[in-house]
Design a binder for this molecule. Structure first.
Ligand SMILES: [Zn+2]
Ligand SMILES: [Zn+2]
Length: 385
């Protein structure tokens, strides 16, 4: 695949990492300094951490001396008078305007970080490129059990992007937009990732209901079409949990073979753990479902489980952030979020055309009878997910 999308052009893409080998070696390396063997109380972890720091510094301090050292080196020492209170960034939309430049104290204006922050706030074009600009952070740690071992398990962060239309020769002006960031354990399956991905095309209704929009349609496309694959490092991992599932990759592999691309391998999604993968950080891979709904997926972070992470197995996979995407509004009133979509509607200038509940009923029906020719389907906006 790298003959098509070359890593050399992307400075942010890492070398290939075999997850199982890398984290086995990493885990073994840190266990030799005894830092992460037990899950005890937070206090004992602090003591343990202090001992490790002293061991690394080759010094020996009493608890009081260590306390003075911690306070002296504390990040609180960087505070300036009149500094605004800390913001709980986990619950706040990370977007421009969060940091108000006018409130930066005069005394701190010489700091290089403040200068760069000022420049960034001023430069609207740069704001558009910030990675977490339109993310909403979520907390998904409902369970408090501590059944995972720090330093032994590792976490994989995957960014899933909205589908977008790529035209050869035309630069996508908005670029791919991240829809979700999902955190998984290394020993979870690829299907755990797939089941956590939210996409409106899974909720679409496949039957046309313009003659009777009141009929109770509960059959969603995801109940009917369950096939899908995840493409990572020249391998198509297909979902075969349902016996009727198709191998979407077959036609792609056949096409690739006729164009001197490949060879590509195949795998089974529900039998493949993340730890068995070899991946590049920052390199785009693909998740495809519902026939041709394609999402780029990117491994953005790999690290050992830490004391500040949720230690309950039940909290994984978790959705760490979602995009604050704008809703699709009704094309008639432009006020309410769309609930219906029509195709080949001869009485409107748009195809497809989106309607809210009220406009759909009042414009397309008189006394409950359909007016004109059109096809109608219930519409689920991505913001409603
Ligand atoms: Zn999709
Ligand atoms: Zn409307």
């Amino acid at each position: 695949m790298e003959s098509v999308y070359q890593k050399e052009h992307c400075s942010w893409v890492s070398e290939k990492i075999c997850l199982r080998d890398y984290f086995s070696a990493f885990s073994a390396a840190i266990s030799t300094i005894g830092s992460c063997k037990n899950i005890g109380s937070y206090t004992s972890k602090v003591d343990e951490t202090n001992n490790n720091i002293m061991e690394l510094m080759d010094v020996s301090f009493t608890n009081d001396e260590m306390k003075i050292l911690s306070e002296t080196c504390s990040i609180n020492q960087l505070k300036v008078p009149g500094e605004p209170p800390l913001v709980d960034v986990k619950c706040v939309k990370a977007r421009p305007g969060l940091y108000d430049k006018s409130r930066i104290p005069e005394a701190a204006s010489d700091l290089e970080t403040i200068k760069r922050l000022s420049k960034r706030i001023m430069n609207v074009e740069t704001i558009g490129q910030l990675k977490y600009r339109s993310s909403i952070w979520l907390r998904d740690d409902l369970f408090q059990a501590a059944d995972l071992e720090i330093g032994k398990h590792f976490l994989v962060t995957v960014r899933v992007y909205h589908p977008f239309c790529h035209k050869i020769g035309m630069r996508n002006t908005h670029g791919p937009r991240c829809s979700q960031e999902i955190v998984l354990l290394g020993n979870q399956m690829l299907t755990d990732l797939r089941d956590k991905i939210l996409c409106p095309s899974d909720l679409a209704v496949s039957s046309e209901v313009s003659e009777n929009p009141d009929q109770n349609v509960t059959q969603k496309t995801t109940d009917e079409y369950k096939s899908g694959f995840i493409f990572i490092e020249d391998t198509f991992y297909s979902d075969y949990r349902d016996p009727t599932n198709r191998d979407y990759s077959r036609v792609i592999r056949e096409w690739a073979a006729s164009h001197d691309l490949g060879p590509f391998q195949t795998g089974v999604m529900e039998k493949t753990k993340f730890e068995a993968l070899t991946v590049r950080l920052g390199y785009p891979y693909v998740y495809q479902h519902q026939g041709n709904c394609e999402h780029l997926i990117v491994f953005s972070d790999l690290r050992l489980l830490h004391v500040s992470d949720s230690l309950s197995l039940q909290n994984y996979p978790c959705c760490r952030s979602i995009s604050s995407a704008n809703a699709r509004y009704c094309m008639i009133c432009n006020y309410y979020v769309a609930r219906w979509i029509t195709f080949e509607n001869e009485r409107v200038p748009f195809d497809p055309c989106f309607f809210c509940e009220h406009c759909f009923r009042s414009y397309n029906y008189v006394d409950g009878k359909k007016v004109g020719n059109f096809k109608a389907y219930p519409f689920y906006d991505k913001t409603a997910l």
